[in-house]
Design a protein around this ligand. Sequence first.
Ligand code: SAM
Ligand code: DTB
Ligand code: SF4
Length: 344
Amino acid sequence: MVNTALSTPQPIQLHRPVSAPVVRGEWTVAAIQALLDKPLMDLLFEAQTVHRQHWPQGDIELATLLSVKTGGCPENCGYCPQAAEFDTGVKAEKLMAVDEVLRAAQAAKDAGATRFCMGAAWRAPKDRDIEKVSELIGAVKGLGLQTCATLGMLESHQALALKDAGLDYYNHNLDTAPEYYTDVVSTRAYQDRLDTLQHVRSAGISVCCGGIVGMGEAPVHRAGLIAQLANLNPYPESVPINSLVRVPGTPLADSEPIDPLDFVRMIAVARITMPRARVRLSAGRQQMGEAVQAMCFLAGANSIFYGDKLLVTGNPDVGADEQLLRKLGLCATGQACARELELN
Ligand code: SAM
Ligand code: DTB
Ligand code: SF4
């Protein structure tokens, strides 16, 4: 039997946040900090309430990543194994050929993914790079997958070219609060990220924008990141929340790991402040264990990166994720729920 909760999306009710923002239409850092500080059970209850008002129950989007141009990046993002100046063992490679990317996209689709995200370790693509990536986008879209790309900073004409090529989503993360950004990256400014997001939005491409926690940031910086995301007008359609993957050789390799329950709090607050966003439980799942991931889904995460690799680091393997979703009674977007099938 088909899971009708999935095939018939439930009507979207007008949402009134249980914790109303202090300023109407705008979240203050203090209001978000207050949410983060709530007793965990209250926060989870509120987040799950918001989640059920806005999304079909149990639906999890599966997005597969592929690094189409790996390593050798001139930027110095302190978390990133692909920066040329850090000795991480990642070798610089050329842009992948269309047929190679198509094979990976077909495999992702066969495994159940509905979105395919192509990442390139560029500071900013050149126009000739955009032409080549446009070919990749057209080919992947032809398989019936949603397309996403993350290529670095874009100018407005480049965003328009990607839109013409059929790009559905552009991923460009703010990563942390503006006040902490210069501790993490010095080769570009926060405003550069905001400018690219504006070009993407103006071109009519959906925005995928989130951040990373566990980089030594203070709680106020976590609240500051969520405030930046939630106050984008409109807020992003997809919000990846990454837990830092601590890669030896990067400046942040020895960061104190985030308390897993604080990570769950970030997911909950993203859900409450951006009710209609796909909140993605992103990097760091390999270190998390099933129980913490289950709490993230309870907190309102409804998307994961699916596939054995993120860009260059590992991710839970597909079999383990299938098993996890089955155990939790969750269903991949567009698919009959395995648990429902077993029950009927
Ligand atoms: N070069 C482009 C850019 O920076 O926008 C696209 C690729 S970049 C690898 C995409 C995102 O991956 C970064 O913005 C960051 O949020 C995330 N990321 C990179 N390294 C990470 C790590 N070690 N742990 C968690 N997230 C990471
Ligand atoms: C995002 O927010 N996380 C993904 C995707 N967008 C591109 C990348 C995570 C990268 C983790 C480290 C690596 O494998 O390079
Ligand atoms: Fe380059 Fe992106 Fe890595 Fe920064 S995050 S070093 S821009 S690939």
